[in-house]
Every structure is written in structure tokens, then in C-alpha cells.
Design a protein around this ligand. Structure first.
Ligand code: ADP
Ligand code: MG
Length: 495
């Protein structure tokens, strides 16, 4: 039972001083956590607090990351969906620092523990049909707008201090996006306005967006650099409407921003009034030559529920993408993160993780955090075997690795053709089009060379692969059906 040594969230009495990771900073962060809990506890019903918050354990604090441990995946998910934000707000209120919260799952927690999902209820008491504990929306009274209020005039604190250009590892997968971001930070409002960064989750879009913000604030400390997620933009909009404060809201964004950084614009798809509001904000800022940077998990044309006039504006400036980093970049990202957090990460373990976790940098970092936390808790060195043991679940989820054969299998199933057609030289569009998509996906999702891909498609020339890749890249942007097919296939392949 490796976790009995842990203090519970509200109990600071356990002595962790023998553990080097529990430095003074750990103690003070534990105190911050405990204080935040007290405020949150006062705002929640006892039942909800006992259910969803109390079982979390404080693990460690490093820089602006706080790691907690949940006794089961269910609690983790519920906490993240319903309470995480409120906790961030409370911690911000105390420290004026944004904190990223990571919740690990204690996979060794016995399944019969009172807080486990397997027990009749999460409390170990059968609530009876229809009486499941319904957590009240914890966010009430602690809505995102509160953060805004707390941050007024202090845009810096919106930004995670770790998301700077210095900490961003550049490789072929993100080179162009990184260069464009640096350029925008050097010459805001001139050449590339807006800058639109798109790419899959966990690939560094928010990091780059905030790096632009940091760099601009470093150069122009008096500027109002506003970083906002599209979701928060919408929530504030709704609240302003409700409270009759639209004028203030508009002023804040249209008149007082020197730079507007909008994260995850795809969230606005289908939200017509928010889009309308954003459209006018965009125009007002653009006219005044104020820099706008937008991130999205999709290319503008791949969002059917986004107004045409917005999409067209997004193409006024520069659109750049970030794709899955290749192995070397993944290793470098891990090493960079380990250095920042003073985690001793041996080379072979870095390679092992990078080779096994491919498609998402956030997950890669999550693996490292988990490894470091468990190594510190159990007093065991970080080795490949230890990683295999601790990350078992994560690794098996990633083991469905994207290979050329898998892509061929999925693509042929998707288009209802035979895998061997993909390898043939048959030319009808019903076959050549899926073949080109498959080649494009091989380029995007596997590290294989053009020649290797050509070989596995029945001995095609590398130029055939290259032109297929180019064609599909273009179609993804111009043709909605292609965009959707490629996206669906990517989702199938990368989970
Ligand atoms: P996204 O916004 O695209 O979903 P994030 O910007 O939140 O992704 O990145 C996820 C995590 O991965 C962050 O902690 C970020 O710092 C890290 N990360 C992603 N790409 C890089 C990179 N090239 N160098 C260093 N860290 C990276
Ligand atoms: Mg993001």
C-alpha cells in the first residue's frame, strides 16, 4: 500500500519532510490548497464536498502545476468537469498565479474503498434509485467571469508562466507556427492579422498563444494583452447580457484591448449570438490594427457551424498548423519539461515514453508528471521498468500505434474498398481518392519516409506519395467532405 504515507487534503499533520520534493514550497502550496479548500467547502453542500473534493489528495506543486490524486477515474472526471475551474479561481485569488491542475488516478487504490466507483454508490451507501447524489453546480458564484474581475488590469496573470517561447521546443511539426508566432510578437498588428493557429489537442496551441502574450507584455508592459478562451468569451457575453452590462463588455474588448488572444475558437461553432458579438469585436480591433491571434482544433473551413463572414476574416491574415511532433521533438519536449521541474529523467526513459506516447504532448507530459509523483512517493528511481509498471494503462491505450497497415485497414473500411485496392495501380476515383487520403495520413501520423510509404502502397514512387499528400492537404482546406473524412479517420486512428 504505497499511498498510506500521504496526507489527506485537509490534514497537514503527516510529516513529509524526509521527501526532498516536499520542500518549503510544497508546504506553502499545501497550505494554499488547504485554504482554497476551506473557501470551496463553504460554498458547497457538505455532501458534495465530501463526495467530490475531500477524497482528492495533494501530491505536489512545481512551478505553476498542482498535482492531485483522485481515488478513481470517475471522481477525477467529475472533478475536472465541475470543480476544477473553481479550484483554480480560489488558488488564483490567493496567489495571483494561474495554476494548471493535474489529477492523477490512484490505480492502486483498493476497489472496495469507500470512494471507489465499484461500491454501490460513491459514498458506499446505496442512494436508491433516482437518488444518486446530484452535485450542485459548484461553479455557481465562482463562474469564470470572477477570474476576469480578479484580473482586470493585470493581463499578465492570465498567462501561465511556463507557456513562453523559451520553453517551447521547436521541430518540423511546429516550426512554421512557432516562427509566425514570434513574428507576430515582434510586429503585432502589421503583417499577419489575424494569425490563426490550428492543430489537434495537446499539441501546443495554447502554449504558443500565451507565449505571444508574454512576449508582448515583456516588450510593452503597459499594454492590455487579453487572453481569453472562446468559452469564457461566451460566458462573459451571456452574463453581461443578463446583467445589462453589455456596454462595459463591448468596451473591454473593442476599445481597451491592444492585443486579443482567443483560444479554442471552435467552441463558438453553432453559438450564433456569440459569433455575432465576436465578429464585431474582431472588426473593431482589426480596423485599429490591433493584433488578433486565434487558435482552433480545426481549419476554418472545417467548421460548418461557423459563420462564413467569420471564416473569411480568419483567412485575412496567416493560417498555420501544428501537427504531431516526431520522435526527436517528443524526446526534447520531455527533457525540457523534466529540466523545468527538476525531475531526473534518464535518457532511455525519455526515449521509451516518447516512442510509446505519440499523438499528444499533453499526455506525454502527464506521463512524466505521474512518473515523477510516483517515484517520489514510493522512493523509487525512474527507470524503464518503473515507467512500464506505473504507466501501464496509459501505455496500453497508446499501443494501438498508428502504422501504415493500420491506416490502410481503416481507410479501406471507411471507404468500403478492399485494402489491396489501395496497393494496386487502379485509377478510378473511388480508389485513387482513398489511396491519396491514406498516403496523406501516413505522412501525418507515422514517421515513415516517402519512399517507405510508397513501397507499402504497392511500390509507388516517392513523388506519387508527395503529390497525394499535397493534394489532400489542399482539399482538407477547400473541400468540406474531405476535411470531415480526414478528421474522422484521424480520430479513429489516434483515439
Ligand atoms: P493545445 O492548446 O494545442 O491543446 P497546449 O498548448 O495546452 O495544447 O499543450 C499541451 C502541453 O504540451 C502544454 O503543457 C505545453 O506546454 C506542452 N507542449 C506542447 N508542445 C510543446 C512544445 N513544442 N514544447 C514544449 N512544450 C510543449
Ligand atoms: Mg489549448
Amino acid at each position: 500500500m504505497p499511498f498510506v504515507v500521504l496526507s489527506t487534503v485537509v490534514d497537514n499533520s503527516v510529516d513529509n519532510s524526509a521527501d526532498p520534493l516536499y520542500t518549503t514550497r510544497q508546504d506553502s502550496m499545501n497550505l494554499i490548497w488547504t485554504n482554497a479548500l476551506k473557501v470551496i467547502e463553504a460554498k458547497m453542500s457538505d455532501q458534495n464536498f465530501d463526495l467530490w473534493i475531500r477524497p482528492l489528495r495533494f501530491i505536489r506543486y512545481s512551478g505553476s502545476d498542482l498535482t492531485l490524486m483522485a481515488p478513481n477515474p470517475y471522481l477525477k472526471e467529475w472533478f475536472e468537469d465541475n470543480y476544477l475551474r473553481s479550484v483554480q479561481v480560489e488558488i488564483f485569488n490567493q496567489t495571483q498565479q494561474e495554476v494548471a491542475i493535474h489529477v492523477l488516478v490512484d490505480e492502486m487504490s483498493p476497489p472496495t474503498s469507500p470512494t471507489s466507483v465499484e461500491s454501490t454508490s460513491i459514498l458506499g451507501v446505496d442512494p436508491g434509485p433516482g437518488n444518486e447524489p446530484k452535485p450542485q453546480p459548484a461553479a455557481t458564484g465562482m463562474i469564470p467571469g470572477q477570474r476576469i474581475a480578479a484580473h482586470q488590469g493585470a493581463a499578465h496573470s492570465f498567462l501561465n508562466d511556463r507557456y513562453r517561447f523559451d520553453n517551447f521546443v521547436v521541430g518540423p511539426s511546429n516550426q512554421f507556427a512557432q516562427a509566425a508566432s514570434e513574428l507576430v510578437a515582434q510586429m503585432p498588428g502589421t503583417k499577419y492579422n489575424p494569425l490563426f493557429i490550428y492543430g489537434g489537442t495537446g499539441l501546443g496551441k495554447t502554449h504558443l498563444l500565451q507565449a505571444i502574450g508574454h512576449s508582448l507584455l515583456d516588450q510593452h508592459p503597459g499594454w492590455n494583452v487579453t487572453y481569453i478562451t472562446a468559452e469564457r468569451f461566451m460566458n462573459e457575453f451571456i452574463n453581461s447580457l443578463r446583467l445589462g452590462k453589455m456596454e462595459e463588455y463591448r468596451e473591454r474588448y473593442r476599445d481597451h484591448c491592444d492585443v486579443l488572444l482567443v483560444d479554442d475558437i471552435q467552441f463558438m461553432a453553432g453559438k450564433d449570438r456569440t459569433q455575432q458579438e465576436f465578429f464585431h469585436t474582431f472588426n473593431a480591433l482589426h480596423e485599429k490594427k490591433k493584433q488578433i491571434v486565434i487558435t482552433s482544433d480545426k481549419f476554418p473551413n472545417q467548421m460548418p457551424e461557423l459563420e462564413e463572414r467569420l471564416k473569411s476574416r480568419f483567412t485575412w491574415g496567416l493560417i498555420v498548423d501544428i501537427v504531431v511532433p516526431e520522435l526527436e521533438t517528443r524526446v526534447a519536449i520531455l527533457q525540457n519539461k523534466a529540466d523545468m521541474d527538476d525531475i531526473g529523467l534518464p535518457n532511455d526513459v525519455a526515449h521509451f515514453l516518447a516512442a510509446r506516447i505519440r499523438s499528444n504532448v499533453r499526455e506525454l507530459e502527464g506521463a512524466l508528471i505521474r512518473l515523477a509523483a510516483f517515484s517520489s512517493l514510493q522512493g523509487r528511481p525512474i527507470t524503464v521498468e518503473f515507467a512500464q509498471q506505473i504507466l501501464q494503462n496509459m501505455l496500453s491505450r497508446n499501443s494501438g500505434q498508428v502504422t501504415i497497415e493500420r491506416i490502410q485497414r481503416e481507410v479501406s473500411a471507411y471507404f468500403n474498398i478492399r485494402p489491396k485496392d489501395l496497393k494496386s495501380s487502379r485509377r478510378p476515383r473511388s480508389i485513387s481518392y482513398p489511396r491519396q487520403i491514406a498516403m496523406h495520413l501516413c505522412r501525418k501520423l507515422t514517421p515513415a519516409s516517402l519512399a517507405e510509404i510508397g513501397r507499402q502502397f504497392g511500390g509507388k514512387d516517392h513523388t506519387t506519395v508527395l503529390s497525394a499528400d499535397k493534394k489532400i492537404k489542399r482539399l482538407v482546406q477547400e473541400d468540406e467532405a474531405t476535411g470531415q473524412s480526414v478528421e474522422a479517420l484521424e480520430r479513429i486512428l489516434t483515439g
